[in-house]
Write a new protein. Structure first.
Lengths: 648, 345
């Protein structure tokens, strides 16, 4: 599908002139209206927005689950929920927040933003991108179908065996989880592969790897980690499913080894935690400096720290298993690794703080979310250091201290940056600004509610309250603190609701944003809001990290060229560049909109659903649909650009 | 440090403090738990200091450096390359490294200290995690001195006690916060923990690994007694059960043999017990000296006549999902069996 640069043609360099070449590109890149276009679209901006909306819906569902649990725990000996209901609730809450919200929301932002940040017209594999979304949606629906019918996973998101084995858990609950996560793993894998190739090959000419925004470093690093980590959990769930359905003995106590589950799970689980925060940290690294009116302090250390965090992140999984009876020597090693991983995080914290101190911050809602995230990150970080110390962790583990820690990490380093990112990039997505006054209310409600709800969890954890208990006795003394936690959580939920209200109101009535409402430095702000389907009328040429601030910073000998560049208008085309220096060397033929990804994921979902109930013939039918969709996907099509080149 | 001391006072300073709990490990007793507790307090202090420094740095930075006046358009706000930012790394990173290396050295030192007891333990227990209670076997080289009890672990003060942890079903975690941190009980392997209480007392514990629907009701108590009191208790536990001395008690024993003995054992019971293949009377706790225990169902119900009757009559009402089914005893049968159980001292 590619044409060698030298052989075929060298695109002309032209200047944008009114509708030229936009009008022509619009016709080529536009998605068909109506349902047909909605299902077949491969536009990264559409897919990104869908990811964000879907993930946000899951965030709200997970939040409702949390509020029901907080009602149950607000006082001792409450009986709103039966134990089994509580177990399914805390499990689906964890699964939702970790798998169906945290990662997909960042995938959504990266999907929407990457080609705009990198000066490209789409992701490297647009149809794969669509496939990734549809499978994610299918996996979410699959797992929730189990939950709403009372067959949801009930052994925590960590799903320890043998409680997850058939002997102790005879229903289909765990099978729903196992197959659902394997399905989701396919989505994550193809999505990650797409990001890696997109990063390496579709940056605008001149955007060498030391000029890309930190967000792309975050998502690239997370994607590489996913490619290495997801196989571990998919394998674990597959083996568990085999144990459950066909009597294999991978995790049994007699012939297998239950602890193997924990190794496989956390070898995935811990890198995953970094994968769901690094892109969010990247958002802060890119957007916070905009409000401080200066470049990020220490771009290179921060980029290197991002990669270092992930590399070290593969060497710390045993700190989830300090109490499992492993030898002390091994525990010391993993303690050391878990403490050392703090260093790259400290680099980021100092970089952000220094950026505030050496800049002139303009206080907007987005800035407040990003700046407060620094503090929440440090709280989640130091409690992480405490749990990294083996003897201390023997007390802290499995208590509410850990619940506090994980929420400071996941809400502090994921939800707060995401909320900031919504305020920051909403104008780019919709053309309208979110309301600033409501935004301030939104921020302060979330900030106060969050700390009121989650900081006391540290204390009640130090008071010995275990996690995953559906009730507790009054003489334990945890009652008053739990009431505070529940009220704080309620306030936090109201804060999230204000965000939803702000989005709903501003979609129609927000101020028009214009291309660059924040005076921001990066490429996405050089094009209209919302961007046209082809993103860039001509492919820009980049000379610095801050193409839109060059007139102030004088970073580069020559200015970046944004209004004149390569003309690629013979069909859906974009430029491919070399992995490091971003020298243009290929024209990429991008695919047209296609039904194949949607049909493929329908077939795949049918296959998984049938497998759950051992309906092998139906599963085979699902497989046939998948094969059919793949045949359509790879069917050779007329290469329109070559035809045009030959004719004209 | 004043702040830390104040927090220490509020959190764990006194047993009557507003935030105290029988499960709190902010104050511990004994050489297994104490070194880790000191480290915990050290890390809490350091963590609070770090959070305070960064929070103040961020807040002060915003206040000190914020652009005065209202900003209507960002287009007119030039971006500048401020200087001095890198100094934050040169100051911050070495401090971070020093703090982390300090913690690491301290951690490894504590780990080495509490890894195994200084003296060779004379007493070894085998604690089996079960859904949802603890079976406790007192091991001995002399088979006649081995006995089994449940949920309440008596130990002598002033000496280390070795605990071998196993599981009969799923993963549990043994945890008595004032005396020791957690060690998992994992099926298919034996984990070893130890604990030592230097003062007599009743120390509460809970299962700390999610193990199913009644994970929340899987408590245990470690009862530390002077060596003499402990020895007296141990001698008592080794004895078989007493023989019924009244007609009502004898009826109760019969009811027990028919309805209860499939799952529960009473050592030295005179009546034959009807059990099917695979049943060994170990699904539920050994009841030979039931009345020496203060609670029933792993800390769920007080061991009183009322508690016992209520529990036997309908366990599911008190602990939904417990392995013990509802028993369909007549009023007189229930009265008899409770009377019999009351003799098991």
């Amino acid at each position: 599908m590619t044409t060698a640069w030298e052989d075929a043609r060298r695109p002309r360099i032209v200047a944008i002139d009114g509708d030229f070449p936009g009008a022509r590109l619009q016709r080529m890149w536009e998605t068909a209206p109506g349902l047909k276009g909605w299902i077949s679209s491969v536009d990264h901006k559409e897919i990104g927005k869908r990811y964000i909306v879907t993930a946000f819906v899951f965030l709200i569902l997970g939040g409702i689950e949390a509020m029901v649990m907080r009602w149950q725990l607000a006082a001792p000996n409450q009986t709103l929920l039966t134990p089994e209901q509580y177990d399914q609730l805390f499990t689906i809450h964890g699964v939702t927040m970790i798998f169906l919200y945290s990662s997909p929301i960042l995938t959504g932002f990266s999907n929407f933003l990457w080609p705009l940040l990198l000066g490209s017209r789409d992701m490297a594999f647009p149809r794969l991108n669509a496939l990734s979304y549809w499978i994610y949606l299918a996996a979410g629906v699959f797992i929730y179908a189990g939950f709403v019918t009372g067959n949801g996973p009930n052994d925590g998101w960590f799903n320890y065996v043998p409680y997850a084995a058939k002997t102790y858990n005879p229903g289909i609950n765990i099978d729903v989880y196992a197959l659902g996560l394997i399905l989701l793993g396919i989505s994550t894998t193809v999505g990650s592969a797409n990001f890696v190739v997109t990063f390496l090959r579709t940056r605008a000419p001149g955007m060498s790897i030391n000029r890309v925004p930190i967000l792309t470093w975050g998502t690239l690093t997370a994607s590489v980690a996913n490619l290495l980590a997801v196989p571990s959990v998919s394998l674990a769930f597959f083996l568990l499913w085999m144990d459950r359905q066909f009597g294999t003995q991978f995790f049994t106590a007699d012939k297998g080894q239950p602890l193997i589950w924990q190794h496989l799970f956390w070898m995935f689980g811990h890198p995953w935690v970094y994968a769901i925060v690094l892109p969010a940290m990247g958002m802060v690294s890119d957007a916070l400096p905009t409000f401080c009116r200066r470049p990020l302090v220490g771009y290179t250390p921060v980029a290197l720290a991002t990669v270092a965090t992930m590399a070290l992140g593969f060497g710390v999984w045993v700190h989830h298993m300090f109490a499992t009876g492993l030898p002390s020597l091994a525990l010391s090693f993993f303690s050391g690794a878990s403490l050392i991983i703090t260093l790259p995080s400290a680099v980021a914290v100092f970089a952000w703080t220094a950026t505030i101190w050496t800049g002139r911050p303009v206080i907007r809602t987005a800035f407040l979310f990003f700046a407060s995230m620094i503090v929440l990150f440090v709280i989640g970080g130091v409690s992480g250091v405490m749990t990294g110390s083996t003897p201390v962790d023997w007390q802290l583990t499995q208590t509410y201290f850990i619940v506090a820690h994980i929420h400071y990490v996941l809400i502090g380093i994921n939800v707060f940056p995401v909320a900031g990112a919504i305020y920051y990039w909403f104008p780019k997505m919709t053309g309208r600004l979110l309301d600033e006054r409501l935004g301030q209310w939104n921020f302060w409600t979330m900030f106060v509610g969050f700390n009121l709800g989650f900081f006391p969890m540290h204390i009640v954890g130090l008071m010995g309250m275990p996690r995953r208990i559906y009730s507790y006795a009054p003489e334990m003394g945890w009652g008053p603190m739990n009431l505070v936690i529940s009220l704080g959580a309620l306030l936090f939920a109201i804060g999230v609701l204000l965000l939803v209200v702000n989005v709903a109101v501003s979609l129609k009535r927000g101020c028009l944003a214009g291309p660059n409402p924040w005076g921001a430095p990066t490429l996405e702000w050089s094009i209209p809001s919302p961007p046209p389907p082809y993103n860039f009328a001509v492919i820009p040429t980049i000379e610095s990290r801050h193409p839109l601030w060059e007139h102030w910073l004088n970073e580069s000998p020559a200015p970046s060229r944004l209004t004149e560049g390569l003309l690629l208008d013979r069909g859906r085309e974009t430029i491919a560049t070399t992995p490091f220096d971003a020298e243009p060397n290929l024209i990429l033929e991008m695919p047209a909109d296609s039904f194949a990804p949607f049909i493929l994921s329908c077939g795949l979902s049918l296959g998984f659903a049938a497998t759950l109930f051992h309906l092998w013939w139906v599963a085979a039918l699902g497989g046939l649909i998948v094969i059919g969709a793949l045949v359509d996907w790879f069917w050779p099509r007329r290469v329109h650009a070559d035809m045009e080149a030959a004719n004209g | 440090m004043g702040g830390v001391a104040a927090i220490a006072l509020v959190l764990g300073g006194s047993p009557e403090g507003a935030l105290s709990s029988p499960m709190s490990y902010l104050r511990t007793l004994g050489p297994r738990a104490d070194p880790a507790t000191v480290l915990l307090w050290g890390m809490i202090a350091l963590s609070l200091a770090v959070v305070a420094i960064i929070a103040v740095a961020v807040a002060a930075g915003i206040v000190a450096r914020r652009r005065p006046g209202s900003v209507d358009s960002f287009a007119d706000l030039p971006a500048q390359r401020g200087t001095g930012g890198l100094a934050w790394f040169w100051v911050g990173m070495p401090l971070t490294v020093i703090a982390l290396v300090g913690i690491l050295v301290w951690t490894v030192a504590v780990l080495a200290t509490i890894d195994s007891p200084k003296a060779r333990p004379r007493l070894t227990l085998e604690v089996t995690g079960r859904q949802w209670w603890w079976q406790v076997r007192y091991l001995s080289d002399n088979p006649a001195e081995i006995f089994v009890t449940a949920n309440e672990i008596h130990i002598p003060t002033g000496e280390p006690v070795l605990v071998k942890l196993v599981s009969a079903d799923v993963i549990h975690s043994f945890w008595a916060p004032v005396l020791t941190g957690k060690t998992d009980a994992i099926p298919g392997q034996i984990n070893v923990a130890w604990l030592q209480a230097d003062r007599p007392g009743r120390y509460h514990g809970e299962c700390a690994e999610f193990c199913g629907i009644e994970h929340a009701r899987m408590g245990l108590d470690v009862i530390a007694e002077s060596p003499a009191t402990f020895e007296a208790w141990r001698r008592g536990e080794m004895r078989p059960a007493v023989t019924p001395s009244s007609a009502l008690e004898a009826t109760g024993e019969e009811v027990f043999a028919v309805h209860c003995a499939v799952c529960h054992s009473v050592r030295g019971m005179g009546l034959p017990v009807v059990r099917r293949a695979g049943e060994h009377g170990i699904v539920g706790p050994d009841l030979t000296h039931l009345m020496s225990r203060e609670t029933l169902a792993a800390g769920t119900v007080p061991n009183t006549i009322g508690g016992l009757s209520g529990w036997i009559g309908n366990p599911q009402a008190l602990k939904l999902g417990a392995q013990m089914p509802k028993t369909y005893l007549s009023g007189s049968e229930l009265q008899a069996v409770v009377r019999y159980l009351e003799t098991l001292r």
